[in-house]
Write a protein that binds this ligand. Structure first.
Ligand code: ZN
Ligand code: ZN
Length: 366
């Protein structure tokens, strides 16, 4: 059962030459869940090998513009293409208000648009997994989202089944589903007689924008992958606190305390390139990566290995060729084997988060 994360936008607050604003696609088997939809997300999808597929659902973490500005454009494109498949947008309270305003931009749609407000503590039961909404600390109505798989049944022990005299066939399947069976001779067999211990499912936690928070630590315990805000390096701790974000150090400390398997840092301020954020965090939590746009994190079942970063894994063929030339020429990639950088992006311009300027109004927070 494939499970991965595609990073379509990894910049905080404003786009940079190399990084788009927040958008992460979770892919599980055939399902596609988009979390946040920053400006230009539809084009990021088009540039990727995924394409602008008819996503059935989008989850917004909060209503700072860098997390939803891509939605009206994408909804409009879907309508121009004559989409019929319904689309559901989930988000914290305030979603209906937001769409009251956005409606004027995207106009009439060819498909049904459902808007569902969710609060921390709410859960969507998807059978094999749950989508859990949790509280973060960003100074406004915000949701973090966790995908938590249910434990899988243990391995079926065929030798044990044969010893018990269970005839090959449908009874195997019944036992595998965790139900008792009655054999032709009247004996009953319980599932635990032929199944190994239940195997853990996977857990992916996406915080969206947040300070380091106890509520995040709670949900991130033993997560396979924790995707955390790292807008700043530790030298900017005060600004992080002011603007409702975390530093790389704070995120790493939280990942270590939670015993997460991998920490993924994103939402970088445009003053950082990536490697410095990665270095700072790795001093505390070694299994840290700082993906660039179009990187993928593959999340196998625990018995099949650790989560891993696939650099440029989602690049379309054309983009891949271009990226290959650039990377080869510039030697930008300062990290030993992961965690890229953006040295072509000048750390200038922008908003309160990215570029200092304490005099800016709080409304420019993102
Ligand atoms: Zn943001
Ligand atoms: Zn924000």
């Amino acid at each position: 059962m494939d499970l991965d994360l595609v990073f379509l936008g990894t910049s905080g607050s404003v786009p940079t030459a190399r990084r788009a604003p927040a958008a992460t696609l979770i892919r599980r088997a055939g399902e596609r869940i988009l979390v946040d939809c920053g400006e230009g997300t539809q084009r990021q999808l088009l540039r990727s090998g995924i394409g602008l597929v008819e996503l059935p659902e989008v989850f917004l973490t909060h209503y700072h513009a860098d997390h939803y500005l891509g939605l009206p454009g994408m909804l409009k494109t879907f309508a121009l293409r004559g989409r019929e498949l319904p689309l559901t947008v989930y988000g914290p309270p305030g979603l209906l208000d937001l769409f009251g305003a956005l409606q004027r931009i995207f106009g009439k749609l060819t498909y049904k648009l459902d808007l569902i407000e969710m609060r921390p503590g709410d859960t969507l039961d998807r059978g094999e997994y749950l989508l859990v909404v949790f509280n973060v600390n960003h100074g406004m109505s915000s949701n973090g989202y966790a995908l938590v798989e249910r434990p899988r049944p243990g391995r079926f022990d065929i030798a044990a089944a044969m010893r018990l005299g269970i005839p090959k066939g449908p009874l195997f399947g019944v036992l595998q589903r965790g139900e008792r069976v009655t054999l032709p001779d009247g004996r009953t067999v319980a599932p635990d007689e032929v199944l190994g211990a239940p195997r853990p499912g996977r857990k992916i936690v996406l915080t969206g924008d947040t300070r380091a928070a106890a509520s995040v630590l709670e949900v991130a315990r033993e997560a396979d992958v924790l995707v955390h805000d790292a807008t700043f390096a530790e030298e900017e701790r005060e600004r992080a606190e002011e603007t409702g974000h975390a530093t790389a150090t704070q995120a790493a400390e939280l990942a270590a305390a939670a015993q997460a398997r991998m920490l993924v840092l994103t939402h970088l301020s445009n003053r950082y390139f990536g490697p410095e954020i990665a270095r700072e965090a790795r001093a505390i939590f070694a299994e840290t990566v700082v993906p660039r746009d179009f990187d993928i994190i593959d999340v196998p079942f625990p018995e099949r290995g650790a989560p891993r970063l696939i650099k440029g894994g989602a690049l379309g063929r054309h983009e891949e060729a271009e990226a290959g030339v650039e990377h080869g020429a510039s030697g930008v990639d300062a990290g030993p084997n992961r965690g890229g950088g953006d040295s072509v992006d000048p750390p200038v311009g922008g908003d309160r988060v990215g570029a200092g300027g304490r005099s800016r109004a709080p409304s420019s927070r993102a």
